[in-house]
Design a protein around this ligand. Structure first.
Ligand code: AMP
Length: 411
């Protein structure tokens, strides 16, 4: 069965319920500090405006755990979106309920209504058997569009349940299409050599993706907190560094399988370490051969590792990078991540970067524009690499041409 595209829907004069990922960072004054995710949704929104649809946008923001929290209101997003589009974005007081229904009923073609944070309702993350929340959301519109790539790995009401009420009337937006076709093509036929740089805090959150990539890449370059479990597996002294004792055998297995396949696994040969993780920490460089002293934590890859990674990467025709190589949030430990970002930016090959924290780091490093593709989804990218699909995509396919529950439309 085929998944529909937003282009396949006869949207003119219709109401479109579109799931977007507006989970953006806010500062203490509730200003949006990085509007990348809002900007990424513009092509679908502009397409719907040009085609004279009424647009109902829905998203989550942060973790309000099922109850309203004014600090996690989407109102600041409505402001930014309005500025970007140079038109008013109507902010709903909630995402369901009579007041919202009234706003939906009054919504005219080319108008935009942004529903309040979906996660103010427990049913968003725990759909329940009767799907009442999903059904109410679905009752607002004629068509459903999913453009929230960053959330497509979540089995939440707005992603996997709402489309059940739109048989043959739900479709993927431009961002979802772009992200998945890019990653799909990449994994099917990457230009080789294909290298994966994996960093971030823990191995535990990336086990599946590491296993999946083991069958696809020509080399692994490992940094970040997770490198220390690999180093421990090789019997190195890692001091107080982050380390997952229960995953040492997994790390050993990965190294062994990679060896039998002839896939190099490049681990740090030196690190920047400190007694504490802060901006005023005193950073020191230790070689892995000699070991990290007991009271120090390895918090970034060291200069020799940067050089080694740099030389190796020069041959890369495709480089996939997920997870920062150090605690870049603190200046003394940002150099590894920023340096590798610059190396990739100058590379004569495709560079694909993903993961929420890493995107922030790449933006800070000032080379974001030089990457071939920056994925808006961290977890979604990892799951797509691991499984080759996502629950959000499956939901769009599952209900095509099937006799599934329908609803009474308001329009
Ligand atoms: P992840 O979400 O797994 O990609 O992890 C991202 C986080 O990993 C960032 O917030 C980094 O600060 C953190 N990180 C990177 N390197 C290290 C390290 N050596 N030790 C502890 N945390 C790290």
């Amino acid at each position: 069965m085929k998944r529909l595209s937003i282009r396949d829907l006869p949207v003119q004069g219709k109401k479109i319920l579109m799931r977007v990922d507006f989970n953006v960072p806010l500062d203490n004054d509730f200003n949006v500090t990085d509007p990348s995710r809002i900007v990424a949704s513009l092509p679908s929104i502009q397409y719907l405006l040009e085609n004279e649809a009424s647009i109902i946008l829905m998203s989550h923001l942060g973790q309000p755990h099922g109850s309203p929290n004014p600090e996690l209101s989407l109102a600041p997003v409505a402001k930014v979106l309005g500025t970007l589009l140079e038109q008013k974005v109507i902010m709903a007081p909630d995402c369901v309920g009579q007041k919202v229904k009234d706003l939906v009923t009054a919504l005219q073609p080319k108008e935009i209504l942004l529903l309040e944070n979906l996660r103010f309702h427990r049913a968003e993350e725990s759909p329940g058997a009767k799907l009442l929340f999903a059904k109410e959301l679905a009752s607002f519109a004629d068509f459903y569009v999913d453009d929230a790539f960053g959330c497509a790995h979540r089995k939440h009401s707005s992603i996997t349940e709402v489309p059940k009420f739109f048989p043959n009337r739900s479709a993927a937006g431009f961002l979802l299409e772009k992200e998945t076709s890019f990653l799909g093509d990449l994994l099917e036929s990457p230009e080789r050599p294909f290298y994966a740089i994996i960093g971030g805090a823990k191995i535990s959150s990336k086990i599946g993706v590491i296993k999946a990539l083991l069958h696809k890449v020509d080399a692994f370059l490992i940094g970040g907190g997770m490198a220390f479990t690999f180093l421990k597996a090789q019997g190195k002294e890692i001091g107080n560094s982050l380390y997952e004792a229960d995953l040492v055998s997994f790390a050993k297995e990965i190294i062994e399988v990679a060896q039998t396949k002839g896939i190099p696994v490049l681990l740090p040969i030196d690190v920047v370490a400190a007694r504490k993780m802060s901006d005023d920490a005193y950073p020191e460089i230790f070689s892995i051969e000699k070991g990290i002293p007991f009271e120090r934590m390895g918090l970034d890859i060291g200069p020799e590792t940067i050089e080694k990674f740099s030389q190796f990467l020069q041959a890369g025709k495709t480089v996939l990078w997920n997870g920062p190589l150090g605690v870049f949030e603190f200046t003394p430990f940002a150099k590894g991540t920023f340096s590798v970002a610059k190396i990739l930016a100058a590379l004569d090959g495709a560079t694909i970067v993903g993961g929420g924290d890493l995107i922030a780091a790449i933006n800070l490093s000032g080379v974001a524009k030089s990457m071939t593709h920056i994925s808006t989804g961290g977890g979604a990218t990892l799951e797509f690499i691991e499984h080759g699909s996502l629950p959000g995509l499956e939901a769009l396919i599952a209900n095509q041409n099937e006799d599934l529950p329908n609803i009474n439309f308001m329009t």
